[in-house]
Design a protein around this ligand. Structure first.
Ligand SMILES: [Zn+2]
Length: 522
């Protein structure tokens, strides 16, 4: 890891362990991994945090139904998350669990800070509570029969003595902050949603529960446990602690808290864009730089759900098509931020057209010509190729555009511009007909054509690394390089920015075409 470099802290949500991970969590985590890898390529010191939110009544009940202790249940599900992240080649730096001892200490310290500030007070709460959301519902939001619109569960009447967080105190401060930091919530259409909520007026909310035993005891009243959302958000701090480091908030924020990006699904925007900033203000801590709320996934145009059976099983999908194909599809197909749809047909078409055909063919055709006609070694002997393919300008604008999109978290747009360029390269390659040049003994011209193509592929293998890391390395190795240095490689991008010689290796196809008639298992 580089020393003294700019830090970058990115988080997935702290996933709730009510069930094994689903494709939605996989999608968020793939996106975060892509952004992390990109930042590392550019030399940032990245901390990428994911983790599991393990408290609350729902977990307690879930465990009981399976005759497990809550901790056993949490250990099992947290293990499933880690397993899936390994299968997806996720390079997280920290896995934060809210049942860890250090997390409990940080939550209690945070709670005390807010208490000392005078922002936590005792009161009675009466309301309608959805156990699915672990949150209160306004009467207006409910469906007929007092059902939660998200969970279709009947909400429960609820009255008890609780401690409340004085959210309303932060109405003006939050409004001011949101106005002064127009990039805090992205994409922009989500910001409007949040501004709407704030305008309606912020209401104090209970931060403890009497009836929930599976949680962190409130330091001022151990009969109460801390509300699961208040608890879980603080995992973004506790997860930053090094192992064996004394668990204090001061230690947790010392390195990475200056540049923070939270990537979340749009369903938990209120917690991250309203509750969390106000909690941090109350505790006297600086606020994150960005909360990015992405959209929902559907399958075959329909909402996914366990009860309807309309689901995408991430394990099966990886097993059938491989990790890179899965990563690529979701980042390439869906505008990051918007809702997106999965169909098996689109999936296969996308992999075939972009990876097997467009990129795969360019690589194979150029490698094969070099292997067959130049014994695998293309030596320019100090000569430059000039701009033989006529792609130099387009190449340079592609890199600039790619970088701009990546910096704006426009992941799909970054791939769009890159694949357009791969398409251009294929066309230019075909127009020059290098196999004919060889046949006609125009060896210098053939060498220029192949050399520029290989060097473009070298650049592409670096640019696609955040998206399809395994494939990126495969290409890199076939081009004769041993190792892609994840912290330095960005500096090696550039037209002809190479050692003037390629010693390529024969390799397997990076993406064999998928038979469109392969049996359906997803
Ligand atoms: Zn609900």
């Amino acid at each position: 890891m580089p020393q003294d470099n700019k830090t970058f802290y990115i988080t997935t949500p702290i996933y709730y362990v009510n069930d094994v991970p689903h494709i939605g969590s996989a999608y968020t985590t793939i996106a975060c991994d892509c952004i992390s890898r990109y930042k590392r390529l550019k030399g940032f010191d990245v901390c990428f945090l994911t983790g599991t939110d393990e408290h609350g009544q729902k977990i307690f009940k879930s465990a009981k139904e399976q005759n497990k202790s809550p901790q056993e249940h949490c250990d099992f599900i947290a293990g499933k998350f880690k397993e899936l992240w390994t299968l997806l080649n996720i390079t997280y730096s920290r896995f934060s669990r809210t049942t860890s001892e250090k997390h409990e200490k940080i939550v209690q310290e945070f709670f005390k800070k807010v208490l000392d500030k005078g922002d936590i007070y005792e009161s009675f709460y009466e309301g309608l509570y959805c156990e699915g959301c672990e949150d209160f519902k306004g009467e207006k939001e409910l469906l007929e029969g007092s059902l939660c619109p998200i969970h279709k569960l009947k909400v429960q009447d609820y009255k008890e003595k609780n401690y409340f967080f004085a959210l309303s105190k932060y109405q003006d401060k939050l409004t001011k902050f949101l106005n002064e930091n127009p990039d805090f919530i992205e994409p922009p259409y989500r910001k409007n949603e949040v501004l709407g909520w704030v305008k309606e007026g912020l209401k104090d909310f209970p931060v403890t529960r009497q009836s929930v035993s599976w949680g962190i005891p409130a330091p001022n009243d151990p009969k109460q446990t801390i509300y699961v959302w208040f608890d879980a958000l603080i995992a973004y701090l506790s997860g930053l602690l090094d192992e064996n480091e004394e668990p204090t908030i001061k230690n947790s924020i010392k390195k990475y808290w200056s540049s923070v990006v939270h990537i979340i699904g749009k369903d938990i925007l209120r917690f991250h864009a309203v509750y969390w900033p106000c909690m941090l203000m109350s505790a006297g801590l600086s606020l994150p730089n960005k909360v990015f709320g992405h959209g929902f996934l559907t399958k075959d145009g329909e909402k996914m759900g366990k009860t309807t059976g309309n689901i995408i099983d991430p394990y099966k999908l990886i097993d059938e098509f491989g990790c890179d194909a899965v990563r690529f599809f979701f980042l390439r197909e869906i505008t990051f931020g918007k809702d997106g749809d999965f169909t098996r047909e689109n999936f296969i078409n996308r992999i075939n057209s972009d990876l097997a055909n467009n990129l795969g063919n360019l690589l194979n055709r150029s490698l094969n010509l070099v292997i067959k006609n130049f014994n695998g070694t293309l030596n320019m002997e100090g000569k430059t190729t000039g701009n033989f393919l006529g792609l130099k300008e387009k190449f340079e604008s592609t890199i600039v555009g790619f970088e701009k999109h990546m910096d704006n978290l426009e992941l799909k747009e970054a791939l769009d511009i890159l694949w357009q360029f791969i398409d251009n390269t294929n066309k230019a390659f075909n127009d020059k007909v290098p196999w004919k040049l060889i046949k006609n003994n125009e060896i210098e011209a053939a060498k220029c054509c192949l050399y520029e193509t290989l060097d473009i592929l070298r650049n592409i293998s670096i640019l696609v690394n955040p998206f399809i890391p395994e494939t990126s390395l495969k290409i890199y190795k076939q081009l004769g390089y041993d190792k892609l240095d994840e912290y330095k490689e960005w500096g090696n991008l550039g037209w002809g920015n190479n050692k003037n010689i390629f010693s390529v290796k024969e390799g397997s196809l990076i993406f064999p075409r998928i038979d469109t008639k392969s049996p359906i298992s997803n």
